[in-house]
Ligand binder design. Sequence first.
Ligand code: ZN
Length: 310
Amino acid sequence: MTPLQLRFGVDVGGTRLKFAAVRQGRVIGRHVEPTPRTGVAALVKALADGCGALADAVGAAPTSIGLGVAGVLSHDGARVLQSPNMPWLDDAPLSALLATAMAVPVRAENDANCIGWGEARAGAGEGARRLACLALGTGLGGALVLDGWLVRGGRGRGAELGHLIVQADGPACGCGGRGCAEQFASQTGIARMAAETGWRPGIGLGPAALVPALLDAARDGDAIAAGITDRVGVVLGTLGARLDALFGLDRLIIAGGLCAGLDLFAPSATRAAAALSSLPLPPLVAASLGGDSGPVGAAMLFDAPTTAKA
Ligand SMILES: [Zn+2]
């Protein structure tokens, strides 16, 4: 990246569009817009308006824009094949529409891949050659960066680490499978386990409020809450050991809102991995870019060599 290049990245898919302006790997400006819910044209307009506001704030127009989109994208990122939060986006050529509106190159990628790429290039993954990133939020997103390549599969698949099965007879998952890691190591999974165990302080709370309360309770010695955070750790350790067996990882990055609970998850993760392998679990480290990792990774997509060109 030359000094003149100003990359904009946008996290698309939550209730807010989160923009970041990145120059030489550093965030120099941020902007937030509500995510419109009315259709593709409104979304493209909100993205263009947000980029315009960010350009005014940093005093320069972007040389490229990257989009991290929640959903399944075509292998080249040109089309959004399926978006669970924004079904009206299905089959939309989002990057081409924004490129026309902004007259700059636009590239799109799955949002979890952007989080992993941002952490790999400018966050907790710096210096690691082979890493997996697990983004624990509402669901469990995953990304693999191997020898400098952001790994992508064909048919809009690839690096769906949250849908690796950790319990064959486990709870049903939205992907159609059963016992996926996402059913445990996510806000949704923790809320389900809290309901199943009858954890009383969680009654009536949605997952976003329940999870911080449960992490606090586990730290205060609440046995049921600690049992749930142990279970999350076991799932992370199981996933980590299996991914390490496949790829020989240098580092396992835990991102997303739940990375605040890594101190609670790490002991049982280490124990679970030790039961599966004589080799130690790769270092578990918390993401270092916080809420910036998605937009930063999106901004840096133009520097991403990716697998799966077709
Ligand atoms: Zn699944």
